[in-house]
Write a protein that binds this ligand. Structure first.
Ligand code: FAD
Length: 459
């Protein structure tokens, strides 16, 4: 923080906005300020303003500039790196969560503080959707700005690919509507350029698509079957239609065995799904097998995936071709010797099926450059807030070593939505060829760097 605001400063903010201003110790402060990832629970803002409308957002930014205080936006609060909390002012958008959906046009407009559950509630009555991630509590703002993937992404593309317009408040207080024709550069940047960089988005409009019944599956194998299962599953994804999605996981949750699993969805029948999965079902018999027809909305609940609770760290890479046997062996060997921690959620590695519609958009058409992926590789570990520093250190070391050991088999790209504070070369990894254009746009729209954090564009 550049300056500690005085009590008079805070009173001035309180008078300027309609929403509530809270300071540490006040009722409700933690609910609007604590990060999802408890690794960053020690960062306590000087104050939080819970904006109720665009005017509040403008006045809060203006106040932060006048008071010379750092400012960050917070929507769902799910930044892996705790980037929606700082020691300055947090502008909390959670009260701005209305979502409207028009069944005739398929247009869905969500206010900047809406979470996935709010969006689902609005679209379900119209039997339509777009990629909405696998969690009910993630914010639409962070999800969209960093690209946003979900189980339907091979068919429907990214959340950002469904975006048709957004409105944001810039550092100098302008309220800018952005779409393909108006403020087109900023619109481009808001589709994958990452949260917190260009201003505070107060509204997003998406083009949803009709959805129908589908099928889901959860398969678990014994660890002895892992090498062949992982190999065959990758091949299944390579050949499967865009309707098929998989999250292939290898995890350690502190028990004696590594758990090998596949969970996913097929936008078709259970019969078709069984045929797609047949090569892996016949190579190794699962110890658990749930495979069934579902409504689209039952499937959403089946696929809900919460990352580790407590404190965690995640490293990602883009995978453009199947991992060879030696990479699978390396992954399994690492997961089998993950350091113990007090967090029962454990750690491991997962391959999320990408490609399909995601790759039918050009790498420079939007700010999201990862348009040649077959999988997103996500590696993670977790610990309890009261674990000794040596436990945290051992887990972070393990994660870094796992990432390094797999680096010969993956591309240098990393997913900006699974933002990794320990990633050194994040500019190239997140944004690739698009970084120079993003930097130019950042300079135009925020020349004084009002929206700055450790991995902000231009920092
Ligand atoms: C449990 C869980 C499940 C997840 N599942 C998925 C998934 O299925 N698919 C996927 O792609 N990602 C997923 N993610 C990652 C998620 O998309 C990112 O963490 C995302 O940034 C979270 O957005 P948020 O609004 O909740 O977070 P926040 O922490 O509020 O914000 C994230 C970043 O965006 C900035 N920001 C917030 N609001 C605004 C705004 N209105 N305007 C401009 N900047 C803003 C913040 O300052 C911060 O830098 C998941 C994360 C978690 C923790």
């Amino acid at each position: 923080m550049t300056r500690r605001p005085s009590d008079a400063d805070w009173r001035r903010l309180d008078r300027a906005v309609t929403g509530r201003v809270r300071r540490p110790g006040e009722a409700g402060f933690r609910a609007v300020s604590s990060p999802f990832n408890k690794r960053f629970a020690g960062i306590v803002p000087a104050g939080v303003v819970s904006a109720v409308d665009t005017a509040d957002v403008r006045r809060a930014i203006e106040w932060a500039r006048e008071a010379d205080v750092d400012v960050v936006a917070r929507s769902g609060g799910h930044s892996y790196a705790g980037h929606s909390v700082s020691t300055g002012l947090v502008i909390d958008l959670s009260a701005m969560n209305t979502v409207s959906a028009d069944g005739a046009s398929g247009l869905v407009t969500a206010a900047g503080g809406a979470r996935m559950a709010d969006v689902h509630a609005a679209v379900q009555p119209h039997e339509m959707a777009f990629a909405l991630g696998n969690s009910a509590t993630v914010g639409i703002s962070g999800l969209t700005l960093g690209g946003g993937c979900g189980a339907v992404s091979r068919k429907f593309g990214l959340t950002a690919d469904a975006l048709v317009a957004t409105t944001l408040v810039t550092a100098d207080g302008q309220v800018l509507h952005c779409d393909a024709d108006t403020n087109a550069d900023l619109f481009w940047a808001c589709r994958g350029g990452g949260g917190g960089n260009f201003g505070i988005n107060v509204s997003f409009t998406f083009q949803a698509r009709p959805v129908a019944d589908c099928a889901t599956y959860l398969l678990v194998w014994e660890s002895a079957d892992a090498p062949k299962v992982l190999s065959v599953l990758q091949e299944i994804v390579r050949q499967a239609p865009d309707e098929f999605a998989a999250r292939i996981g290898v995890s350690d949750a502190g028990g004696p065995d590594t758990i090998v699993s596949a969970i996913g969805q097929h936008l078709g029948s259970a019969q078709e799904l069984r045929e797609i999965l047949d090569p892996v079902l016949s190579v190794a018999r699962p110890i658990r097998q749930d495979l069934a027809d579902r409504t689209f909305w039952q499937a959403k609940d089946d696929l809900r995936h919460e990352t580790a609770e407590g404190a965690f760290a995640v490293r990602t890479n883009i995978v453009t071709r199947p991992l060879p046997d030696e990479a699978i062996a390396t992954m399994l060997s690492f997961v089998g010797r993950r350091p113990a921690s007090g967090n029962p959620d454990g750690g491991g590695a997962a391959l999320f099926s990408w490609g399909g519609a995601i790759n039918r958009v050009g790498a420079t058409d939007t700010a999201f450059a990862h348009r040649n992926a077959m999988f997103l590789l996500s590696m993670d570990t977790s610990w309890a807030e009261d674990d000794e520093p040596a436990v945290v250190e051992a887990n972070l070391r393990w994660l870094a070593d796992l990432g390094d050991a797999l680096s010969p088999y993956v591309s240098e790209g990393a997913f900006q939505n699974f933002i990794d504070p320990d990633l050194a070369d994040w500019r190239t990894a997140y944004y690739g060829v698009n970084y120079p254009r993003l930097k130019e746009i950042k300079h135009q729209v925020d020349p004084d760097g009002v929206f700055t954090f450790s991995q902000s564009i231009g920092s």
